[in-house]
Every structure is written in structure tokens, then in C-alpha cells.
Design a protein around this ligand. Structure first.
Ligand SMILES: C[S@@+](CC[C@H](N)C(=O)[O-])C[C@H]1O[C@@H](n2cnc3c(N)ncnc32)[C@H](O)[C@@H]1O
Length: 287
């Protein structure tokens, strides 16, 4: 696989997903797949995937959804997963190699950087792989160009932080101990599409029509079915609280751990630490 150099408007994301971010997503792959599965399943259900279709999986990461999509389209269809992260794509190749599938392929590419397989796909899909573009209109215009006429778009992205207790609860616990993040609400990151009207405008500018943005609210077991202390470790390893604690002293880290543990404790159940999570399921077409 050719290397992707960390340059251009997404240089910081390329660096993150090929460094610490990608390494952690690979390490916690099972936990993350368990947590994210209901959202991906809902986006697939709304996509109405059919046998024989060609599907683009945007920001496919470790390949869980690419594999599910490849099963759904069958031997007469095919799936191409694209991502900027070499370690995650290596994991995706490995996971696909553990199956009998011959119709799933992975490509290292920045979706925003240029056209991808023009007029080739019936469906462009993503599970939380589309919120990290510096110029989302450019990226979605490339996705639009990759679809055949009448092709569909279906993806899951996060609603606003307050609707996502599985992240906000740790941030609230940690914020009294560290300076707040310097990020703006529309900067590339998990919550950059929280504003539904902004998202609709981006998709419309990129050429999509029949845009529907529906809430999908549920509860997730933090990191899968983890006991409290493992859920605390998971919280401090992955997600926005981790970034806030970067460079913090051992003393602050210990205080943060206690605060996160206390916050999560009240949500501990026999099924794990259960917290609210809210996504948008977005569908649109290339008219
Ligand atoms: C939160 S992860 C989701 C991964 C996977 N879809 C899943 O559900 O497990 C976001 C993914 O988007 C990828 N990504 C971010 N910016 C991208 C870009 N400009 N082009 C392609 N992939 C990108 C990251 O490398 C990462 O794999």
C-alpha cells in the first residue's frame, strides 16, 4: 500500500489516524465495533443494500462495516473501503482475510484530496468516518462524483455532545482539572456535524438531493460489556477526555481517574456501564 504523506488541509488528521488515533482504534477494535454496531446497522438498514451493488465505505477504519457490506452485496457485488490510516487498513485487510470474502478491497486515500473512481458506486456508506474533513463540501463533492446517477448516500455521524453522554460524562468529570479544548464546534472532529442544518447545507452544496437527517438515539455499553475499572481505562485511553489530559501531571491524571470513576459508577449495570448516545442517520441521493 502506497504511503499517504501528512500534507494538505487534512495533514493533522492524517498524522493522528496514522499515529496515536489509529493505534488506539486498532487496539480497542472489538470494544469499538461492539459499541458502534447499532449505528452502522441502522445506516445500512436505511441504505437498503442490495445484492450485486458496488459500495464505497468512507473512512472504513478497521473494516468491520466493509465486511458486513460485502456480505450484504454478495459475490456479484463489491465493496471498496477507503481510509487515510495505514494501521487501520492493515487491520481491515487482516480481518477480511479471516473471512471467505473475495469482494472487499481497501484503499489508502484522503476522500477530500481528489476524485475517487468516478461514476462507479451504487451506494456510499460510512459509520462515523465523515466528520474529519477540513473542507467537507469538497470531500462530499468527491463522494458525489464517485456515485453513479441515482446512487445513494447513507451514513451515521454524531449529534451534539450533550446528546452523547458516553463522551460528555468523562469531559464533565475532567474539565474542572484541565483547560477546556481549543476546538470550535465546526472544526474537524467527532461532533462537527452536530448542527443538522449545517450538514444539510454541506450535502446540498456537494450536489446531493432528497437529504434526510434523522435522529437515532440509544444507549451504549461503554467499550462493550466492561466492568467499571476497565470502562474507566477505556474512557481515559480513547475520546476527547484523553486529548485534554495529554501532558497532564501524574497527580492531575490520578484526580481525573477518580472523577471519571465516580461519574461512571452510577451508570454501572449487569450489561456494563450504560450511557446515552445519539447519532444522525443521514441519507441522500445523486439525482
Ligand atoms: C471514528 S473512525 C471510524 C472508523 C470506522 N468507520 C468504524 O466505524 O469503526 C474515523 C475514520 O475516518 C478516517 N478518516 C478521517 N478522515 C478521512 C479522510 N479525509 N479520508 C478518508 N478517511 C478518513 C479515519 O482514518 C478513521 O478510520
Amino acid at each position: 500500500m502506497a504511503k499517504l504523506v501528512a500534507t494538505g488541509p487534512n495533514a493533522d488528521q492524517i498524522e493522528f489516524w496514522n499515529g496515536e488515533g489509529g493505534e488506539k482504534f486498532v487496539r480497542y477494535q472489538n470494544a469499538l465495533d461492539l459499541m458502534l454496531k447499532p449505528f452502522g446497522d441502522e445506516a445500512m438498514r436505511r441504505a437498503d443494500v442490495k445484492a450485486g451493488e458496488a459500495v464505497l465505505d468512507i473512512g472504513c477504519g478497521c473494516g468491520d462495516t466493509s465486511i458486513d457490506l460485502a456480505m450484504a452485496v454478495g459475490v456479484t457485488g463489491e465493496v471498496v473501503g477507503v481510509d487515510i490510516s495505514e494501521p487501520m487498513l492493515a487491520r481491515a485487510e487482516y480481518m477480511a482475510g479471516q473471512t471467505e470474502l473475495t469482494n472487499v478491497f481497501f484503499e489508502l486515500a484522503d476522500v477530500e484530496a481528489g476524485p475517487l473512481h468516478r461514476d462507479s458506486f451504487d451506494l456510499a456508506f460510512s459509520r462515523f468516518g465523515v466528520m474529519f474533513f477540513r473542507n467537507p463540501v469538497t470531500a462530499f463533492s468527491n463522494v458525489h462524483a464517485a456515485l453513479r446517477k441515482g446512487g445513494r448516500l447513507s451514513f451515521a455521524c454524531w449529534q451534539a455532545l450533550p446528546r452523547n453522554q458516553w463522551v460528555s460524562i468523562q469531559l464533565q468529570a475532567v474539565l474542572p482539572l484541565v483547560p477546556p479544548p481549543p476546538m470550535g464546534p465546526e472544526d474537524p472532529g467527532p461532533f462537527s456535524f452536530a448542527d443538522r442544518e449545517r450538514l444539510r447545507g454541506i450535502l446540498s452544496q456537494a450536489g446531493f438531493t432528497d437529504i434526510a437527517i434523522e435522529p437515532f438515539d440509544t444507549e451504549v455499553a461503554l467499550g462493550g460489556m466492561l466492568v467499571l475499572d476497565d470502562a474507566v481505562d477505556f474512557s481515559l485511553e480513547i475520546g476527547p477526555a484523553t486529548a485534554l489530559l495529554k501532558g497532564a501531571s501524574d497527580d492531575v491524571r490520578a484526580q481525573a481517574r477518580d472523577a471519571v470513576r465516580a461519574a461512571l459508577q452510577t451508570h454501572q449495570t449487569k450489561r456494563g456501564v450504560m450511557l446515552a448516545a445519539g447519532a444522525w442517520i443521514v441519507t441522500a441521493t445523486k439525482g
